[in-house]
Design a protein around this ligand. Structure first.
Ligand code: MN
Length: 356
């Protein structure tokens, strides 16, 4: 039986035309593990077409793995299709769109950014803008020529300096961020952040822990503040970094340990002190005579020295687990801490119980 995959995210989203516009040029995609907002421009229906083309391209790229090159490629392909669309009479010449895409895998977040839609992260209650706006005011702001408040009210705030649909060589900014349980990710079009400042956004998110309620509340607040533009928001709550995340972490940890060890050996030569204290903090699970055993330290030996200490042997039969796990347990599954090892043991116990 396959291990149950813990539900790790809850997502709320909404797009709204606003109080002044007569059509919605924003588009969005909510399709785990990919979340995208695009804010089109170009007048009449062209903006809608541009943002829809971009979203459709990303959707069709079927991004499932968190790989920067693949994501970058999907964005440049979206750019090509918006430019090509205008050429073929879809929409009109000069149409374009912003694009803010988030790809989430376990506790990793990869963002691609073109234009002035935004990604924010709430970590331990604090809101932080993750992306940098490709806009005139964004540039003035980053060079310290104007303040946040001036930027929000600037007459040229809608002038963006990078978008999909104009320049064939456009490239997205990519950001990789580590997520923690309890974090909240907000993607939004500028309809939100031109109507509300960061403090107001942070307060609303605090007030509405539920992701859909937060998304709804943000839209209502943007409209109440004037709603001069279309507004789109996606709120993603990182509820639980469950089994899926643990499995990924495991793999990364293997590499983490490997590169740590290599660097360490290069830097400190034969000194074992650092490795020893490192080993005291990590843990691993291993197949011992058909049962799962929990160890502190590292499996195998390090330059002839064993750095492992048995914590306890469990009553979990290895052959009751899924075949991949059985294989991994032969050489040992390395984990970042004893706590993490114990968490996985609990999951194994559940699997074993289900199997009976
Ligand atoms: Mn807009």
């Amino acid at each position: 039986m396959k291990a149950p995959v813990a539900k790790s995210l809850s997502v709320g989203s909404r797009t709204d035309i606003g109080c002044v516009r007569d059509h919605n040029e924003d588009s969005l995609l909510v399709k785990a593990p990919l979340y995208v907002i695009a804010d089109g421009m170009g007048g009449h229906a062209a903006g809608e077409i541009a943002s829809e083309l971009a979203i459709k391209t990303l959707d069709e790229a079927q991004l499932t793995q968190l790989d920067p090159d693949t994501l970058r490629h999907a964005v440049t392909e979206a750019n090509r299709r918006v430019i090509d669309g205008a050429r073929r009479g879809l929409g009109r010449h000069g149409m374009g769109t912003t694009l803010t895409a988030a790809l989430i895998e376990g506790n990793r977040l990869l963002l691609a950014q073109v234009g002035d839609s935004r990604a924010y992260l709430v970590h331990e209650g604090q809101l932080r803008q993750l992306t940098r706006d490709h806009s005139l005011v964004g540039e003035l702001l980053s060079t310290g020529k104007i303040t946040e408040e001036e930027a929000r009210l600037h007459p040229n705030r809608s002038v963006i300096t990078r978008a999909l649909g104009s320049d064939a060589s456009v490239q997205p900014d990519l950001y990789e961020i580590r997520l923690h349980e309890g974090d909240r990710l907000l993607l939004c079009s500028d309809g939100l952040n031109t109507m509300l400042d960061d403090t107001e956004i942070e307060e609303l998110l605090q007030y509405y822990p539920d992701s859909q309620e937060a998304a709804d509340a943000l839209i209502v607040a943007a409209n109440n503040a004037g709603g001069f533009d279309n507004t789109t928001v996606i709120v993603i709550n990182v509820d639980q970094l469950g089994q899926q995340a643990a499995a990924k972490q495991k793999k990364r940890f293997k590499w983490g340990i490997l590169s740590f060890v290599v660097v360490f050996v290069l830097l400190v030569g034969a000194s074992m002190g650092g490795v020893y204290s490192y080993a005291r903090n990590v843990a691993f699970l291993i197949d011992e005579e058909g049962y799962v055993a929990v160890y502190r330290g590292l499996p195998g030996d390090f330059m002839g020295v064993e750095l492992k200490w048995l914590e306890h042997k469990t009553t979990i039969k290895v052959d009751s687990l899924n075949p991949t796990t059985v294989g991994e347990l032969k050489s040992g599954i390395r984990l970042g801490s004893l706590d993490e090892a114990e968490r996985i043991v609990t999951q194994y116990e559940e699997q074993q119980r289900k199997k009976r």
